[in-house]
Design a protein around this ligand. Structure first.
Ligand SMILES: [Zn+2]
Length: 479
């Protein structure tokens, strides 16, 4: 800890002296060269770490990777990072960044939550997200565009869908997604493409438990959405969770399946072979299903300082309130026609085992959370590093879990030429970890500084309380 603070102070003095991190200097920061000196570099490709690296950053991108001892060109700003471990910024491949979840909120609180959420991702090390569907699509589009046009905006890189396609009265049909007619599909696809959405999500789901609760999307509609999306060159993500749904999804040929598989699987299953053969990614979102019960079983988990620093206080209050939890669970159990927490508790082992089989057999598995999903504890941002820990626990080495959370996440959205690894020409999105994540994956949560699109950001400035003080000071509260 002492070493950490000494480093933080050192870098703070350095930053103050050079002006990086203050608004005035940040404007010119893109024109200047930076060198992050002495850290162990884990670049997201899966290659062996580079000890004593020098990461050169110019114009918001990685310029090149050198070694300590190289002559550093004059005019390069130096950031001392000895003792640190650099990994790429995390990619969450299944989010809903504007989803308010199920905690009861006033209108003012809703506004605050939506405004803060982009920073909650950054606070937890997430620098890029694949936003499967949006509740207020125009707002998410605007956020995405801000991240793309203003490198200093405190907003992760966003790829977003609009409303999902689902059966009329089907799963998620409450959020405007129900398909009314074949024309409906083409009209919506025209609209989404014209407005510049990045992806399409289809829901193929009849309910999570054994009982059929929802009508599934008709096969002809599923295929019509696939054709319409292909016509607009938009990648498709399909929500599926059991073997029948997986087979229907695989037959349709999407970019990825947006949840893990619950029906017990064997390595020689056609599902494994077909996912591989068609190069379909799987984003298991295990943390979502864990969140159905883990905070209920162990409320002490709600005391994690990192959780409380990156979730609005009124949401934490709701997440702790037994009455609120009871009401929300009751509502969810009524919709799903089962005790959802008990179902998830019983079903998680199969999900974990299947994910392990898929990964071991060579299916590409990415990190995603379904943040803002339909349970109280599907926390925005905070749940992403948790998914990486789960993956390292069940299915992957720490190095493989880091690759899943970085390079594979970028590949899911075909963004690997832009971000996901720390190689020349890629966006300078990185975390300066205080401990070795290969020795202990939990170290992915332990950092004081990060870089977003070439700008150094002190983590504490991304906390909810910092955001609240900014609001009170009257500084623009926009992320
Ligand atoms: Zn989702």
């Amino acid at each position: 800890m002492k070493q950490v603070r000494a480093f933080t102070r050192k870098i703070a003095v350095f930053l103050a002296a050079t002006g990086i991190g203050c608004a005035a200097a940040a404007q010119s920061a893109h024109a200047e060269r930076l060198a992050i000196i002495g850290a162990v570099l884990i670049d997201g490709t899966g290659r062996a770490p580079v000890p004593e690296s020098v990461v050169y950053v110019a114009d918001g991108k990685i310029e090149r990777i050198g070694r300590v001892g190289d002559a550093i060109p004059a005019g390069t700003r130096r950031i001392e990072a000895r003792g640190k471990f650099i990994i790429p910024g995390i990619v969450d491949a299944h989010t809903h960044v504007d989803s308010l979840g199920v905690a009861p909120m006033t209108n003012e609180q809703k506004k605050i939550a939506r405004e803060y959420y982009p920073r909650a991702f950054l606070f937890n090390g997430v620098t890029s997200v694949v936003n499967m569907s949006a509740h207020v699509p125009a707002e998410v589009l605007a956020l995405r565009d801000r991240a793309n046009t203003d490198p200093k905006a405190l907003v992760p890189r966003i790829y977003t869908g609009a409303s999902h396609f689902t059966a009329d009265q089907g799963w998620g049909g409450r959020h405007n997604g129900g398909i009314k007619s074949p024309d409906d599909i083409n009209n919506r696809m025209d609209d989404y493409a014209a407005r510049g959405f990045d992806l399409v999500k289809i829901i193929d789901e009849d309910g999570l438990g054994d009982e059929t609760v929802f009508p599934k999307i008709a096969p002809e509609y599923l295929n019509a959405v696939m054709r319409a999306a292909a016509g607009k060159d938009l990648p498709v993500f399909i929500h599926a969770t059991d073997a029948d749904e997986y087979r229907e999804a695989i037959a349709a040929g999407p970019r990825a399946i947006a949840h893990g598989l619950f029906t017990p699987l064997t390595a020689d299953s056609d599902i494994v072979a077909d996912l591989k053969q068609k190069n379909i990614f799987v984003v298991p979102t295990i943390v979502l299903f864990e969140s159905f019960f883990v905070f209920l079983d162990n409320p002490a988990l709600l005391n994690d300082p990192l959780l409380n620093q990156s979730v609005p206080d009124f949401i934490m209050a709701a997440a702790r309130n037994p009455e609120t939890i009871k009401t929300m669970r009751g509502r969810m159990d009524e919709i799903l026609k089962m005790d959802a927490a008990a179902w998830a508790r019983d079903s998680l082992p199969a999900l974990l085992a299947n994910t392990r089989i898929l990964f071991e057999q060579g299916v590409k598995v990415a990190i995603g959370t379904d943040s803002g999903g339909a349970v109280m504890h599907a926390f925005q941002g905070y749940n992403t590093p948790r998914e990486i820990e789960i993956m390292a626990d069940c299915c992957m080495t720490p190095m493989q879990a880091i690759v899943a959370a970085t390079r594979t996440g970028a590949e899911v959205i075909d963004g690997q030429a832009i971000f996901g690894t720390l190689e020349p020409g890629k966006s300078a999105d990185l975390l300066l970890l205080n401990g070795d994540p290969l020795a202990d994956i939990h170290n992915i949560r332990d950092f004081d500084w990060m870089m977003l699109r070439g700008h150094m950001i002190e983590r504490s400035t991304l906390s909810y309380s910092s955001y609240v003080s900014e609001r009170q000071d009257g500084t623009p509260a926009l992320p």
